[in-house]
Design a protein around this ligand. Structure first.
Ligand SMILES: C[S@@+](CC[C@H](N)C(=O)[O-])C[C@H]1O[C@@H](n2cnc3c(N)ncnc32)[C@H](O)[C@@H]1O
Length: 221
């Protein structure tokens, strides 16, 4: 998702207290930022933030971080929170944002600082030579491995079959195994319990596309 450049978005995001863009401000400091010690979960590639904001509302006891590379996209999440406040609705305080390319994620968290990572409808990067840019690639799994707690997990949802097959293949000969792999999430009553829809999930499932999902963790747990 790359929205048209929004004039001033860079400055607005840089000045917003809810947003971070350097690891010095965040690595090992998340409990200070949130003012409590709670489970910490991040969506990488959050887009306009619908999923991560809904998760924060639904789970006030957990702290959430939305990661996005473009200011002109991230600003939509900030505006949504501001709108919710203006309209007098519940506004979650357990959510913050990082503006970064996820390739740098290791700079923003201390080892084992995250309890869970969500990858939702990640960009497919269809050309083979771009495989290492895909967020569920082995190169990214190595980055997640460093910052995820020992028993932490990664949940990945997409409607892109090629990307999903690639992601499942990346688990072969790796330290990761799947708790479950679903090729039709929305038909699985058990897996749908507590499912929070993302913007893309709603869009593509309403077109009749099956939604694929896995949840993975390291082999030692
Ligand atoms: C297709 S959208 C999906 C948005 C949302 N997760 C959803 O399911 O509705 C993917 C988003 O991930 C962001 N993204 C892609 N690669 C990224 C990276 N390496 N680092 C940070 N954000 C990234 C894109 O800018 C885009 O906003």
């Amino acid at each position: 998702m790359r929205l048209r450049n929004i004039p001033g978005a860079r400055e607005i995001v840089a000045q917003d207290q809810r947003c971070f863009d350097t690891g010095d401000e965040t690595a090992g400091k998340w409990s200070g930022i949130f003012g409590r010690k709670a489970q910490l979960m991040a969506e990488i590639g959050m887009g306009k933030g619908r999923f991560i904001i809904d998760m924060a509302l639904k789970h006030p006891d957990i702290d959430f971080i939305g990661v996005e590379r473009y200011e002109s996209v991230m600003i939509k999440a900030l505006q949504k929170l501001d709108r919710m406040k203006k309209e007098g609705g519940m506004v979650p305080d357990n959510i913050r944002f990082i503006r970064m390319d996820a390739a740098d994620i290791g700079d923003f968290f201390k080892p084992e600082e995250l309890d869970r990572i969500y990858l939702n409808f990640s960009d497919p990067w269809p050309k083979d030579r771009h495989a290492k840019r895909r967020l569920p690639s082995r190169q990214f799994l190595e980055r997640y491995d460093k910052i995820l707690k020992e028993d932490g997990c990664i949940e990945f949802k997409t409607d892109n079959r090629d990307l999903f097959d690639f992601a499942v293949e990346e688990l072969e000969d790796s330290k990761w195994h799947a708790d479950y792999i679903s090729y039709d999430l929305h038909s699985d009553e058990k897996l749908m319990v507590g499912n929070v829809m993302t913007e893309y999930e709603e869009k593509f499932s309403s077109l009749g596309n099956p939604i694929y999902k896995y949840c993975i963790r390291r082999d030692n747990v």
